[in-house]
Design a protein around this ligand. Structure first.
Ligand SMILES: [Zn+2]
Ligand SMILES: [Zn+2]
Ligand SMILES: [Zn+2]
Length: 272
């Protein structure tokens, strides 16, 4: 399974284009892996997680054919994860020579926004699929299970487990410490890779709510071991970093390296 990280920042981007804090100034000056756009990832070139407001530029930057994406799994409707109006560029007469509709999956808020933005183009170019937590569906040649996140009390935010060609991936953000039902579902699942939220830096909270911090990621790693959730040789990859973490890419790497946790950056490609 190929995982291509398109964006690895929290909602405001890193640097935040409006911000003059020392961390944003430093990120601008150093460039490279310190420049993070809004979060999204592509699996095996055909399944995309979220459609961030930076999707267009990410596709140009990494030479990605968005017309080849068959399935879009949306975690929630926060503006850094879902920019439904932009998908109109895929409609008939505007995009040509497309071979298949784009299947869009998500909670009822995602379906509502999708219907308002592009509902009139459903059929040839789009298909919409309402998901319920813990109900497994087939997505192309993958099995996908949406799990409840702890992220926004006013929305049923979802995480995803993808099983494909004998590999299992947990796409675990945005979320704080997982809800009990999600921990129970994950027990013994032996995933090959878990992608976690590390929006905050050090907060001193080992079970942070809404987003994870460094201590919560390390606590989640302990829980994964205890409950047999991650394979022995499995990977944890952290993403969705905020400038309010006050940490640049190299600093996150120094912190997570001893725990064997990988720090994502824009454009990173991992094969599991
Ligand atoms: Zn987010
Ligand atoms: Zn800043
Ligand atoms: Zn969010």
């Amino acid at each position: 399974m190929k995982i291509h990280f398109l964006g690895t920042a929290a909602a405001e981007g890193f640097p935040n284009a409006f911000c003059r804090c020392e961390h944003c100034l430093k990120a601008r000056k150093l460039g490279g892996k310190n420049i993070r756009t809004r979060s999204s990832a592509i699996i095996d070139d055909v399944i995309k997680f979220d459609y961030s407001p930076d999707s267009y530029m990410q596709a140009l930057r990494d030479d990605i054919d968005l017309g080849a994406i068959e399935h879009l799994l949306v975690t929630h409707t926060h503006s850094d994860h879902f920019n439904a109006y932009d998908l109109e560029c895929r409609r008939t007469g505007i995009a040509h020579e497309l071979q298949h509709p784009l299947h869009i999956y998500g909670n009822d808020a995602v379906m509502y926004h999708t219907r308002v933005a592009i509902g009139r183009f459903a059929g040839e170019r789009f298909a919409f699929h309402l998901l319920r937590p813990y109900e497994t569906i087939t997505v192309g040649d993958a099995r996908v299970t949406p799990l409840l996140a702890d992220h926004d009390s006013m929305e049923t935010c979802l995480l995803y487990v993808i099983e494909k060609e004998g590999k299992k991936l947990l796409y675990g953000h945005d979320s704080g410490w997982f809800p009990e039902a999600t921990w129970a579902w994950l027990k013994g699942k032996q995933v090959d890779c878990a992608i976690l939220d590390c929006t905050h830096g050090y907060t001193g909270k080992s079970r942070d709510r809404n987003h994870m911090c460094i201590e919560t990621v390390l606590e989640a790693q302990r829980e994964f071991r205890k409950e047999n959730i991650l394979k022995e040789e499995g990977h944890i990859i952290v993403t969705h970093f905020s400038h309010n973490s006050k940490l640049l890419h190299d600093e996150f790497e120094d912190i997570f390296k001893p725990a064997g946790i990988v720090v994502a950056h824009d454009g990173l490609i991992v094969h599991i």
